[in-house]
Write a protein that binds this ligand. Sequence first.
Ligand code: PEP
Ligand code: MN
Length: 366
Amino acid sequence: MVKSKLHIDPLKGWTNQSDFPLIISGPCSAESEIQVMETARKLAKIPEVKIFRAGIWKPRTRPGSFEGVGVKGLKWLQKVKQETNLLTAVEVASQKHVEEALKHQVDILWIGARTVVNPFSIQELASSVEGVDIPIMIKNPVNPDLSLWIGAIERFHMAGIKRIAAVHRGFYLFDKSPYRNAPMWEIPIELKRQIPGLPIICDPSHIGGERELLPEIAQKALDLEMDGLMLEVHPNPDDALTDPQQQIKPNELSQLLKSLVIRRETGNTEFQGKLDELRSEIDKIDAELIQILTNRMQLVDEIGNYKKDNNITILQLKRWSNIVKDRLARGVRSGINKDFLQKLLEIVHTESIRRQTDIYNKNSEE
Ligand code: PEP
Ligand code: MN
């Protein structure tokens, strides 16, 4: 996959500080002026928090549940700006939302996961911010579709927005336990590989869906070099009108932030030397791994030809289940995770069958 040439500004330009990680926090929904102000005042006392988030228009799965306080909540956010040094951020899903948010001097807009799935909505939103100098955070689409996520980023970029951050909030999967939305870390990693300068902010609240899961998700995000965290905070989480199980109190956020280990990308030269040495070992082992896979596939082809010549079916179930049993036992003895090894064996097996099927088809075409 080619790397994109999008020019995206670093997060530094958002707050005029080079804070790492950038912490965005606030309630899932603005519910009342008292709740918003209480949360903002407490968050303003946590030095790491730089941006106050609050949902004003809430995208709900079923109608009739709390759908947000609407425009009056924007006035409360203006008050947050006046009283604290926090920047404000809201979710927008239509041109009307954008207009209202801009009218009320919201500092940052974000696009929710349910909106990013729809390129029509994204195009409408991108057009509505054309010529406006405002940072935009783009959540991943609900479904694990990296192109859709990149497409949304490109549409805003084409509209002239240069301060863009992606927000990783996990993906809806049928079997996702223990998470509310499966993190599928490989997707934001690939996003970063394809758009190298793009800041990525992790949203552990919507990934976890449960308070207990927040610290490990947040730490993992930092270990994967994500640039910031968005965490939902509410003065009385259990009474929150939306997402009660995943919200924490401001003082719990403060503790969580203190517990995070911030590892720098590069350390001192001695550390860097050791790291380079270990990495070059990994490079060698990967080269060997590829050579071993090549040898294995050549044998698979040979067996495929032999089976074909002797009219034997490609899939020999008994042999395959013996292989799995034997390899798993070996792997477990040497400390490899069983699920991981099982998945790896399955991938190798699927590829072997694909190659042998090719051999069968090619021979029969001749
Ligand atoms: C939110 O941030 O409160 C929200 C609705 O998130 P998402 O779009 O990720 O579901
Ligand atoms: Mn929420």
